[in-house]
Design a protein around this ligand. Structure first.
Ligand SMILES: [Mn+2]
Length: 290
């Protein structure tokens, strides 16, 4: 990927999705630094009041020692944006005409053109794309490694692949993640606010809009009913994921046209690569395509 065409812009803002997670923030920092390295003025940013999240990494705030620029919804039109870790403008700036570039590891929303690669974290895609052209620092590499650990749930996600493993080795890290899981994995605190905000995304599946959140828990069976009720009572279509890291399985609660469906996976299932395609199949079978 050649980013030379971006030299025509005075200033480019790099942005991840709403409720940015580790991968969105790290990917933003990487692209900002790459742009700066060839003379494009750039900052990474979040949309004001949309940066609350509950990371699955304990030391996230120690790792990321700088603050993003905050852009209010009213100011969005004043900037050009390079999007990372999402390709659906509804998950951030809403307007596709402001996008000058995008790198992502999620399947296409059909809204903008972007560079896609099927890797466990967007930060790994950026590393793989630019490793021959840009000199990533040790600090960058550590951030990339933690973005990878976060997005693949320490290699436990079904999304984790041999290509990820190869890149982790290239970065100079060990590919046994058990110690990191023990040391850095953070459970999602069970609260109404986290039911709403943890991993929150608005997802468009064949023209049908879903809200979605996920919780990472260890042996919280007694609390599961509360989350199921939250999904049931949602007043829109909903995809709620209950990741149980004790049993290493995924309970998926789908509210679709007022009905609650339960999908169970006996592994840590990827929202992007397992669950959304399965919900898409259900929608197709029911001939609900709009
Ligand atoms: Mn990601």
């Amino acid at each position: 990927m050649n980013l030379d065409y971006l030299k025509e812009y005075d200033y480019v803002v790099v942005m991840g999705h709403r409720n940015p997670d580790m991968d969105s923030i790290v990917s933003s920092i990487l692209v900002r630094d790459i742009l700066r390295s060839f003379g494009v003025k750039s900052d990474f940013a979040v949309i004001k009041n949309s940066n609350s999240f509950d990371s699955n990494i304990k030391n996230m705030n120690d790792l990321i020692d700088e603050k993003p620029l905050e852009i209010s919804a009213e100011e969005i039109g004043e900037y050009k944006f390079f999007l990372v870790d999402h390709n659906d403008v509804n998950q951030s700036i809403k307007k596709s005409n402001l996008v000058v570039g995008c790198i992502d590891h999620h399947l296409s929303s059909g809204k903008i053109d972007y560079y896609y690669k099927d890797l466990g974290a967007c930060a790994l895609v950026i590393y793989d794309l630019f490793k021959d052209k840009y000199d990533f620092s040790q600090k960058h590499k550590k951030l990339i490694y933690f973005a990878f650990l976060s997005d693949t749930n320490f290699g436990k996600s079904s999304r984790y692949s041999i290509s990820d493993e190869r890149l982790v080795k290239e970065l100079g890290y060990n590919t046994n993640y058990d110690n990191h899981f023990k040391k850095y994995f953070k459970e999602t605190k069970i609260s109404e606010n986290n039911f709403k905000e943890s991993g929150f995304k608005v997802i468009d599946i064949n023209g049908i809009e879903f809200e979605s959140s996920f919780l990472n828990v260890v042996n919280k069976e007694d609390k599961k009913e509360k989350y199921i009720n939250f999904v049931k009572e949602s007043n829109c279509n909903y995809i709620g994921l209950w990741y149980d890291f004790g049993e290493e399985c995924t309970f998926t609660y789908v509210k679709l046209a007022g009905e609650l469906l339960v999908l169970k996976y006996d592994f840590i299932a990827s929202r992007a690569m397992d669950i959304i395609p399965d919900v898409q199949k259900i929608i197709k079978d029911r001939k609900m395509i709009t």
